[in-house]
Design a protein around this ligand. Structure first.
Ligand code: SF4
Length: 274
């Protein structure tokens, strides 16, 4: 069962996420088609039609995504860009919603599919398209980000997993040498003029200690102070898949969360106002 890198266990060896991305694309992409599990509307972002993608090249211990992340060979169906767009549109129309996104595992896998889907969104009546990513492919492929920059509608939510190389490896299973790649993605998105903001699990002391949080904030601050003011800070929720992944990886975490860190942006704003 463990051949294809699946969920982390206590004896998992760190992997190269770029190599795993290629391996995953071989499973979930066929020409311009890629795998999804479903399309439906959810309440986040004030209501949004969402396509749930299959496959990722990180193995975060707190990941909530269904088992298609770990078993992309067994779960999901292939959709062309036009079929994916049609399904997003149908779900949106049924609920009279004007926003779309692709989420689930890692939507940037399948460059050909994503760029073709964005062409369809660009020519449509839908004004906003949210793309949620861990940023690794945008950090290693500048051309991808510049191609994305041609479109007006996408807004990228780039989710950082850790504030140090060591904790990045521990939480995602990817080699610590790849820790910097998502920060490079941020630089690329800025250079290409793409609309984006950064999110991190940095409000959750169970997954990010004080010192690590400071390191993460410092790195963002050095790139652009606004990234810190706009930082979306999250906590980990106890989905069934999250709890199982934590257990497999040997993490002991108490739920519910008793106390979260104060939001960094409010702390900084208060400091500025004093
Ligand atoms: S949390 Fe996101 S980046 Fe991490 S494994 Fe899950 S889908 Fe991939």
């Amino acid at each position: 069962m463990k051949e294809y890198p699946r969920f982390l266990t206590e004896d998992s060896e760190p992997f190269d996420p770029v190599e795993l991305a290629k391996k995953t694309e071989e499973i979930i992409c066929k020409g311009s088609k890629r795998k999804y599990t479903d399309f439906y509307c959810v309440g986040v972002y004030g209501g949004i039609s969402t396509g749930y993608t299959v496959g990722c090249y990180l193995r975060c211990v707190f990941c909530w995504v269904d088992w298609s992340r770990d078993f992309p060979d067994r779960i999901g169906e292939f959709y062309s860009p036009q079929e994916a767009f049609n399904n997003l549109k149908q779900a949106a129309d049924e609920r009279r919603i004007r926003k779309m996104r692709i989420s689930g595992a890692e939507p940037t896998l399948g460059k050909q599919h994503l760029l073709a889907l964005l062409e369809l969104v660009e020519d449509s009546e839908f004004p906003t398209f949210i793309l949620e990513t861990n940023g690794v492919l945008f950090g290693t492929d500048k051309d991808y980000v510049y191609k994305l920059g041609r479109f007006k509608k996408p807004h990228i939510r780039l989710s950082l997993k850790a504030g140090t190389p060591e904790t990045f490896e521990r939480k995602t299973g990817a080699k610590r040498e790849s820790f910097e790649i998502p920060f490079r993605a941020i630089e690329h998105l800025k250079d290409a003029g793409v609309s984006f903001h950064v999110a991190a699990m940095s409000a959750d002391p169970r997954f990010m200690g004080d010192e690590e949080r400071v390191q993460l904030i410092k790195k963002l601050w050095e790139i652009d102070k606004e990234l810190v003011y706009d930082l979306e800070e999250e906590v980990v929720d106890p989905y069934d898949t999250t709890l199982k992944r934590l257990e497999h990886a040997g993490w002991k975490v108490d739920f519910p969360l008793r106390e979260r860190w104060d939001p960094v942006r409010s702390v900084l704003r208060n400091l500025q106002e004093d």
